[in-house]
Design a protein. Structure first.
Length: 138
């Protein structure tokens, strides 16, 4: 007997996979490792946006893009539930995403994360390490 494909279940599983990866790989604090991770994530998003703009096929994988966006959004506490659904969809290869169509959403995520980072830096505000992952809206 064949089970019917459940898109929502696949997206939820994609979010779970992304969250598990974040719990393992997200660097905390204001050290060089977390700064490098943030800048590397920004570079992946920039590579994606440039590839979309130039209409080339040199896109990062959907998993790489999802993780990079999460690295920008989670430490800056700029993540929203609708974005976690999109990032979950990017991590759910069975669902499929038009990588060129989501560029406006990805660009907005990056802009909001950078603006939040600048605001945090201006206020010398650092989030509590333990709360970063716990505050991700699911």
């Amino acid at each position: 007997m064949t089970r019917k494909f459940d898109k929502n279940q696949a997206i939820a599983r994609g979010r779970e996979v992304l969250l598990a990866r974040l719990k393992v790989e997200l660097k905390h604090g204001e050290d060089d490792a977390s700064t490098k991770q943030f800048l590397d994530a920004e570079a992946v998003v920039d590579q994606y946006l440039e590839a979309v703009e130039e209409k080339t096929a040199t896109l990062p994988t959907s998993d790489e893009l999802a993780f990079a966006c999460a690295i920008l959004l989670v430490p800056t506490q700029a993540v929203e539930k609708r974005e976690m659904d999109l990032l979950g969809q990017l991590c759910a290869s069975a669902v499929g995403v038009d990588m060129y169509a989501i560029a406006p959403q990805i660009k907005e995520m990056k802009s909001r994360a950078i603006a939040r980072l600048e605001k945090m830096a201006g206020q010398h505000e650092a989030p509590e390490v333990g709360s970063l992952i716990d505050d991700v809206p699911f």
